[in-house]
Design a protein around this ligand. Sequence first.
Ligand code: ZN
Length: 94
Amino acid sequence: MSVMDEPDFAPKFAKSNVKRTGHPTSCPACAADLTGDEIPHGSLFEVEATHFSRVIWVSSMKRDAGVAYKCPDCEHEWAIPGREAWFAEHKSGE
Ligand SMILES: [Zn+2]
């Protein structure tokens, strides 16, 4: 079982991702490889992923949650798939 309480969209997105980090493996703007270091054997995250991700998680103070991904190489930002739907379901009242 996951040690983190992932929202529903994460596993769906991770399935399309070969390395199963749940995060993008390349930047849609500059195509930089965002695959990070291999996760050490015995890590708490081992079950969910094989590699760390270099992608930057852009957070919103207002929403108190991640709202976008950011490329560490070209600083391009793009929406997290399924995020708006997740907000609509879990963060109502905004
Ligand atoms: Zn980039």
